[in-house]
Design a protein around this ligand. Structure first.
Ligand code: SF4
Length: 371
């Protein structure tokens, strides 16, 4: 659905201007024909100006006829997120806090690595799934993000890296993306388009707790990579950590993953947060091996990041290594993820800044830049 913003027209009456951000190439071409009464290639021009050249001002779109630019000024707009804060970690990670038009806020995290620049984006304000170890889950849920709000996280984070393009996107920030598929998929279509941001579907990963009906729908509608948060190897353990496991227990989830349509040579990524004394034993590792039998999967082990909002603790290094050894002995491709941006609470499960609902920017503090 195309968003609209009520503004005061010349008569003083409210009028609606269409937000063009979040519209796909096909939708902008249709908009050019049906609303502007132009040929469809005008939609492609708009698409390039908005997404490739990051232009917000219709007046600056020099290859668009003057009369059309004036019409666009009257009926359309190009929205923006308010940049409330930008925090830079010692390791180069950057955490953004974005203000939305209704006063709510979300976070995204830009993570530089040797060969990649990965952006972790949010898909909801808060999250209704209430995983016990997750700061976002502790803060409740407000609403889904719009397509524009999803795409703008990518566009505006890119501005903070003028010399290096964002190469990878992970939908692993705040929220459960499968609960917002109707906005997530068109937003990722925009991001992939060559005339737009040009990020291949091979470099975009959607991470989910495993909502089974939506997982099937995602498999049918998209070629994006899939990551699934497992975090437990028995139903009792996983339900304690992730209440959604009551509805979709492990056996059903694993069965559904075995049916998931994987394009040739692709694997599912299994995310597993290691929590000291909870799910990090060698017995857990062996159970995980059995769960994954026959599934084309690799495992991301994520040592937990201590934080004041939960009682969970980081596993001992020797337990992490022992866990990893069991998986590798079973020939499961295993990566132990480095914690990035810990000093700015940007690491996995730490995104919670949206809870300080602030209508306006506040004064700078420490490593934090304010705009
Ligand atoms: S881990 Fe993901 S699904 Fe669970 S509460 Fe946090 S954001 Fe939601």
């Amino acid at each position: 659905m195309i968003e609209q913003l009520a503004v005061l027209g010349s008569s003083g009456e409210p009028e609606a201007r269409r937000d063009l951000v979040g519209m796909t190439l096909a939708e902008l071409c249709t908009f050019a024909e049906d609303v502007l009464g132009e040929r469809s290639f005008r939609g492609k021009q708009l698409f390039k100006w908005i997404y490739q050249k990051d232009c917000r001002d219709f007046r600056a779109m020099t290859d668009v006829a003057r009369a059309l630019r004036e019409r666009l000024l009257e009926i359309a707009r190009i929205s923006r997120l308010e940049e409330r804060s930008v925090q830079r970690s010692r390791d180069g990670t950057i955490k953004f806090l974005w203000g939305l038009e209704d006063g709510l806020q979300v976070e995204s995290v830009l993570i530089p690595e040797d060969r990649r620049l990965t952006l972790c984006i949010s898909t909801q304000v808060g999250c209704p799934l209430a995983c016990d170890f997750c700061v976002t889950g502790k803060g409740g849920y407000a609403r889904n993000l719009s397509r524009a709000e999803i795409v703008l996280q990518v566009m505006q984070a890119q501005q903070h890296s003028p010399d290096r393009r964002i190469s990878n996107i992970v939908l692993m920030g705040m929220g459960e993306p499968l609960l917002n598929l109707d906005n997530v998929l068109p937003a990722m279509e925009v991001v992939q388009e060559n005339d737009g941001l040009g990020i291949s579907h091979r470099r975009i990963t959607l991470s989910t707790v495993g909502l089974l009906p939506q997982l099937e729908e995602f498999g049918r509608r998209s070629r994006l990579n899939l990551a699934v948060s497992l975090h437990g190897t028995t139903n009792e353990q996983r339900t304690r950590l992730m209440p959604i496991n009551r509805k979709y227990p492990l056996e059903e989830l694993m069965e559904s993953l075995r049916r998931f349509p994987l394009p040739h040579r692709k694997q599912i990524t299994i995310e597993y947060i290691l929590l000291k004394g909870v799910n990090d034993s060698v017995a857990d590792a062996h159970r995980l091996v059995r769960l994954l039998r026959g599934l084309p999967a690799k495992v991301n082990l994520i040592p937990y990041n201590n934080n004041p909002f939960t009682e969970y603790e980081t596993s001992e290094q020797r337990d992490i290594l022992a866990f990893q050894d069991v998986l590798m002995a079973a020939r499961i491709h295993t990566i132990t993820r480095l914690n990035r941006g810990e000093d700015i609470s940007a690491a996995c499960g730490q995104l919670g800044g949206y809870k300080q609902q602030r209508p306006r920017p506040v004064a700078a503090a420490g490593a934090q830049e304010q705009r």
